[in-house]
Ligand binder design. Structure first.
Ligand SMILES: CCCCCCCCCCCCCCCC(=O)SCCNC(=O)CCNC(=O)[C@H](O)C(C)(C)COP(=O)(O)OP(=O)(O)OC[C@H]1O[C@@H](n2cnc3c(N)ncnc32)[C@H](O)[C@@H]1OP(=O)(O)O
Ligand SMILES: CCCCCCCC/C=C\CCCCCCCC(=O)OC[C@@H](O)COP(=O)(O)O
Length: 271
């Protein structure tokens, strides 16, 4: 008879585990907490290995982040690896749906590659510190002139130190089921450094992660690395067409790997 009183107590966790809203919040909180904790582990390793801010720290970060996908029930199917097998610096551009992109990014991240990120990320606790140690280039999106000069410096550093940079040309996270018009910074960067652009496309997260509906299920993400786009000989006058060209191939790839058919050519580039 006493055991019957236990029943509701057992039902509560059972109900919670089957509630998709609970799972959504649980997985999100777990993700942030786990990344924060991984950064706590990574910080002393990076400082001991490199003594401070150094692009080589990205190896440590990449190694420590690789297992996180399993904990969230996510898988990545990568195609086009061969396009990353290239010597020297280049600019990677990819679409940006959520902070979960970091997991896919770490799947394919080449050596000596860091990212351009909004400066607010530096205040994200231990994650902010590890981003700084990993050589992430922080830009102030509210001050275009500052962002431009930081990126012009980055173009020089890329060549001097043989660094690759990963930029999210949409400039913000976007889950609207299509790509946002591209900002121009990534293309100016590649043209200034005269290095190739490698587009990488993440398929839509909408079949497993829906922010509004508070759903976060297991899922498989296609990650497609596309052939490089050369910028040798191009000048700032070519930036708009370079951006339009990149947008067009990334958008059609996004729709294709997300199981959708293109409806229109969409917006070309940001103005
Ligand atoms: C173990 C531990 C675990 C922990 C785990 C760690 C995880 C470690 C991974 C983290 C991962 C990070 C992920 C972060 C992800 C983001 O933070 S995304 C947000 C930040 N990134 C970006 O914004 C990049 C893209 N944005 C841009 O490139 C933008 O162009 C800029 C540079 C911000 C400027 O913005 P804007 O003024 O709004 O945009 P835009 O319309 O492009 O430019 C205006 C004019 O300036 C010109 N212009 C733009 N850029 C330039 C330029 N560089 N030079 C000359 N002219 C330019 C344009 O051509 C345009 O002129 P017109 O052609 O119209 O005449
Ligand atoms: C004490 C501060 C607490 C801050 C908590 C946030 C910490 C995040 C912790 C774990 C997530 C790990 C991945 C971090 C990298 C995520 C980068 C990201 O996705 O930034 C958003 C930015 O691209 C676009 O921002 P907006 O969409 O314009 O906004």
């Amino acid at each position: 008879m006493d055991a019957l009183w236990m029943l509701p107590l057992l039902l509560v966790p059972l109900l919670l585990l089957t509630s998709s809203t609970f799972v959504f919040y649980f997985k999100k909180c777990f993700y942030v907490a786990w990344m924060m904790m991984l950064a706590v582990i990574a910080i002393p390793i990076c400082i001991l290995k490199s003594g401070g801010r150094d692009i080589e720290n990205m190896r440590v970060i990449r190694f420590l982040v690789r297992h996180v996908k399993y904990l969230l029930g996510l898988r990545f199917e990568v195609s086009g690896w061969e396009h990353l097998q290239m010597d020297g610096p280049y600019v990677i551009i990819s679409n940006h749906q959520s902070s979960l992109d970091v997991l896919g990014l770490m799947e394919v991240l080449p050596d000596r590659c860091t990212m351009i990120a909004k400066k607010e990320l530096i205040y994200a606790g231990t994650v902010g510190i590890i981003c700084w140690l990993g050589g992430i280039v922080f830009i102030n999106r509210q001050k275009t002139s500052d962002a431009k000069s930081v990126m012009a410096d980055a173009a020089k550093t890329m060549l001097k130190e043989q660094i690759r940079l990963w930029v999210f040309p949409e400039g913000t996270r976007n889950q609207k089921g299509d790509l946002l018009p591209f900002k121009k910074g990534a293309f100016h960067l590649a043209v200034q450094a005269q290095v190739p652009i490698i587009p990488i496309v993440f398929s839509s997260y909408s079949n497993f992660y829906l922010r509004k509906e508070r759903e976060f299920k297991s899922g498989t993400i296609s990650l497609k690395v596309l052939p490089k786009i050369e910028t040798k000989g191009l000048t700032s006058d070519d930036v708009s067409s370079l951006s339009d060209q990149s947008y067009a191939i990334m958008r059609s790839t996004f729709l294709e790997i997300s199981g959708r058919t293109p409806q229109s050519n969409g917006p070309s580039s940001a103005h």
